[in-house]
Design a protein around this ligand. Structure first.
Ligand SMILES: C[S@@+](CC[C@H](N)C(=O)[O-])C[C@H]1O[C@@H](n2cnc3c(N)ncnc32)[C@H](O)[C@@H]1O
Length: 286
């Protein structure tokens, strides 16, 4: 059999993805898939188009293409994504980190980079927020909690992959016994906030592949996580400590009221880069 070259592999990917994705999507998928499977920068395909692709790599291309044609998000198929300059491994037990969550991290960094804070990330998932903060705020001490063992396993692998020191602890925010004696300067969270009734508005690649534990809350209790987090933060934030939350765009006023009625000061509701209500920030009054 003729060897398959780097130049051939680009044609094969295009042919298989045509009709499933549009031309722009195919271009960015080609780059992601080639870089991840061959572990080379994309431009080297054009420098060495006649280099041979090994048979085991061809099998890997086949698997990834089959998975994404079946609707799996490409980040799960290739096994990682990039978040705030870090390579973050992902699998279907964790949410794929979103660009708006990078904005949440930017906000925390901008307002705290000259301090040496203790930070808690509630619902850490892949560990993306906790690790990005540990990497960006010098001398910060960061803890991440999650209820999911599988998520915590991956978060620890991501800490190792990036050479970062973050403590990942199993804890349920509705019964956070493991954190009893701990206090923090900053608490940050991107908790589940999509109401069950919003499911029909979601794309099938999210709905069918990402963990529902990370996404959904009951319609009748849309603020259930925020209530638990605010209650926890009231008792565990240091004096002038700050709470940073990602929120459902439809619930800005409700989150603002919740924070004010629980004694938080300087409450801010902020928009994301698409100008949608997305973040709540508040200061502890203790
Ligand atoms: C929206 S995801 C956020 C993941 C990650 N922080 C990010 O921004 O990509 C919410 C996370 O909360 C976790 N979670 C769900 N219920 C929880 C609970 N009761 N206590 C702690 N974490 C919980 C989920 O496992 C999931 O990892």
């Amino acid at each position: 059999m003729e060897p398959v070259t780097l130049s051939d592999i680009l044609k094969i990917i295009s042919q298989k993805l045509e009709g499933v994705f549009n031309a722009d999507e195919i271009q960015s998928l080609k780059k992601l898939i080639v870089e991840s499977i061959l572990d080379i920068p994309y431009h080297s395909v054009f420098l060495n188009p006649n280099d041979e692709v090994k048979p085991e790599k061809l099998k890997e291309f086949d698997r990834v293409l089959t998975d994404i044609i079946a609707g799996q998000p490409v980040q799960y198929a290739i096994g990682y994504t990039h978040f705030f300059d870090l390579k973050i491994k992902v699998n279907p037990s964790v949410l794929i980190p979103r660009p708006e969550t990078e904005e949440l991290v930017s906000l925390v960094v901008k307002e705290n980079r000259t301090k040496t804070p203790t930070i808690l990330d509630i619902g850490t998932g892949s560990g993306c927020i906790a690790l990005a903060l540990a990497n960006t705020i010098p001398d910060s001490r960061v803890t991440g909690i999650d209820i999911s063992d599988d998520a915590l396993t991956l978060a620890r692998e991501n800490a190792e992959l990036n050479g970062l020191n973050v403590s990942f602890i199993k804890s349920d925010i509705f019964n956070p016994l493991a954190l009893n004696n701990l206090h923090f300067d900053i608490i940050v969270s991107n908790p589940p906030y999509v109401r069950e009734s919003e499911k029909p508005l979601m794309k099938s690649n999210v709905l069918d592949h990402e963990p529902h534990l990370a996404l959904f809350v009951p319609d009748e209790k849309p603020l259930i996580f925020y209530e638990a987090i605010v209650n926890f933060a009231f008792n565990h934030l240091n004096r002038d400590g700050q709470l940073y939350l990602e929120i459902n765009e439809a619930l800005g006023n409700e989150v603002s009221e919740l924070l004010k009625s629980n004694g938080f000061n300087d409450v801010r509701i902020l928009n994301d880069f698409r100008d949608r209500v997305r973040f709540a920030v508040a200061k502890s009054s203790n």
